[in-house]
Design a protein around this ligand. Structure first.
Ligand SMILES: Cc1cc2nc3c(=O)[nH]c(=O)nc-3n(C[C@H](O)[C@H](O)[C@H](O)COP(=O)(O)OP(=O)(O)OC[C@H]3O[C@@H](n4cnc5c(N)ncnc54)[C@H](O)[C@@H]3O)c2cc1C
Length: 483
């Protein structure tokens, strides 16, 4: 796999001008102006045992597991609500929590606690038989459950707060610097977790974040009314012709829609996948939001015309673009596709899952399952299924994510959790889903408690102790033969 180091190309720069505080520099492919800000002292607004950047379920679960073990925790989230992609981008399906036999639970912990909370409120839809997805939920209601969870655990939450810088001494981060409605402030802690997905703390602290040469596509979601009144949707072949006529980008994925549990008149419409978007680039992110909204309207107008029905209005846009991938930390272990597809067992396994390797591209989607089958969903709407393994190949119960894939090289008091973990394209295609990422958050939070107790850094946390503490707190990690 080809990774591109995501650092400003400081080499080969030459200073062209330096006047009135504005510096112009030139590199091989660009001309850039730099403004020199005056040095400033930043007030420390909070001191905690652990500071978590990014408040998706990954970050919240890290914070909660650490708080349950006695740590004082600060949690920083740039959005106005917790939940990350699950709430801000309305990605409202969690996949199977069972092994490949479909009968044994392998994912527990806070994922199941949240499932029970949502079930209790009647805003959870269970999908049976479980193919890939197992639970659909109401994203807006999930955000309130997460509010309740952090408040009852006395976590100091900073919402609408973005981590914009960090201070570091040697291998240790000493503070995360945030900007929020009160200004620019610092949070100090002996331990940090970067659950930002984009690796903002990691990069600001100067650790390596790598950007894959080919990124998984982005989508923009919307809540739409009126679909419940439609007798049926147009055939995909008809739709494709019409989409092409509306400048729809190669119609590489049919927009699909999920129910919104608790609101039967509404649908959660996933817009067309936008390939080739680097969501770590601000201008590309903005352009994708515009394009996502334009394409939603074009699609809804096509369906309306074809079905000769009443308007199908968008009633709410997702708060954030749906981003699958931007960067990966460079860690002690890069998880490979081969390792997950063959269920390689690691002595430091901290998460397990069965979601297939799922890679979206311009040509369509390839889903490679642990049971030896592969599905190819073409952009023309056809699905083919064949075996990628011989018929008699053993089927692993699940795959595993090692702790070392959360442990950035050269960092002593920083872990990454969530989609920032170190995995190649194929492995990431499988492990990136939320039931897996949630577990990486829980593991990071428990590792923080063990590190603090031992006055050690993250690399010194003993894997067997970590795994035992995770299971004591509700995780369902399977015994490893090496233990
Ligand atoms: C369209 C789409 C469909 C998908 N479908 C599914 C599906 O059906 N099921 C499934 O399980 N997975 C699905 N996924 C994948 C899944 O949503 C993600 O892989 C997963 O949510 C990643 O979790 P995360 O916590 O690592 O990152 P995120 O959910 O992206 O969370 C990162 C959090 O960090 C915050 N943050 C970022 N930078 C900063 C900063 N500098 N300061 C403070 N906060 C910051 C963000 O606002 C966000 O809340 C889908 C993804 C997309 C985009």
């Amino acid at each position: 796999m080809c990774f591109v180091h995501d650092m400003m190309p400081l080499l080969h720069l030459s200073v062209l001008q330096h006047e009135a505080g504005i510096q112009r520099i030139a590199g091989p492919h660009f001309l850039m102006s730099l403004i020199h800000e005056s040095a400033r002292a930043t007030p420390v607004c909070h001191e905690a045992d652990l500071c978590v950047i990014g408040g998706s379920c990954t970050g919240v679960f890290a914070a909660v597991r650490a708080a349950r073990l006695g740590l004082s925790v600060a949690l920083v989230e740039q959005n106005t609500l917790l939940g990350g992609m699950a709430t801000a981008a309305q990605v409202n399906e969690w996949h199977s929590v069972n092994d490949t036999s479909g009968t044994r639970r392998i994912i527990g912990g806070l994922t199941l606690e949240i499932v029970e909370r949502l079930r209790h409120r009647g805003i959870l839809q269970e999908i049976a038989p479980v193919h890939r997805g197992q639970f659909r939920f109401n994203s807006a209601e999930l955000a309130v459950e997460l509010d309740d969870l952090v408040r009852t655990h006395r976590i100091r939450v900073f919402l609408a707060a973005r981590c914009v810088a960090a201070s570091r001494v040697g291998s240790r981060i000493t503070s995360a610097i945030i900007e929020d409605r009160s200004g620019r402030r610092a949070i100090t802690a002996p331990l940090f977790i970067d659950a930002s997905g984009d690796g903002d703390l990691l990069r600001h602290a100067g650790f390596v974040a790598e950007k894959p040469a080919v990124l998984q596509p982005v989508n923009l979601q919307a809540i739409v009314a009126g679909f419940d009144a439609l007798p049926s949707l147009p055939e995909w072949s008809d739709l494709q012709l019409l989409l092409a006529a509306h400048d729809y980008p190669e119609a590489n994925s049919r927009p699909w829609h999920f129910p919104v549990p608790g609101a039967p008149a509404l649908r959660n419409l996933f817009g067309a996948r936008l390939n080739g978007v680097d969501a770590g680039d601000a201008d590309a992110y903005t352009a994708a939001l515009f394009e996502g909204r334009r394409l939603h309207r074009a699609y809804l107008d096509i369906v309306r015309t074809r079905a000769a029905c009443a308007p199908l209005p968008v009633v709410a846009w997702a708060h954030a673009l749906g981003v699958r991938e931007t960067r990966h930390a460079h860690c002690h272990h890069r998880l490979t596709g081969d390792e997950i597809l063959h269920g390689r067992v690691f002595a430091d396994s901290i998460a397990q899952g069965t979601y297939p390797v799922d890679i979206h591209s311009v040509g369509g989607t390839v889903l490679r399952y642990l049971d030896g089958y592969e599905e190819r969903l073409s952009r023309h709407g056809t699905t083919t299924r064949h075996r990628w393994q011989p018929d008699d190949a053993p089927v692993p119960a699940c795959y595993h994510i090692p702790y070392r894939s959360l442990l950035p090289l050269e960092a002593d008091n920083l872990l990454v959790a969530g989609r920032l973990l170190d995995a190649d394209r194929e492995a990431f295609g499988g492990v990136r889903v939320m039931v897996n990422m949630n577990q990486t958050g829980e593991a990071a939070g428990v590792a923080a408690a063990l590190a603090l107790r031992a006055s050690s850094g993250f690399p010194a946390v003993p894997p067997a102790t970590l795994r035992a503490a995770l299971n004591t707190g509700g995780s369902l990690l399977l015994p490893q033969s090496k233990e």
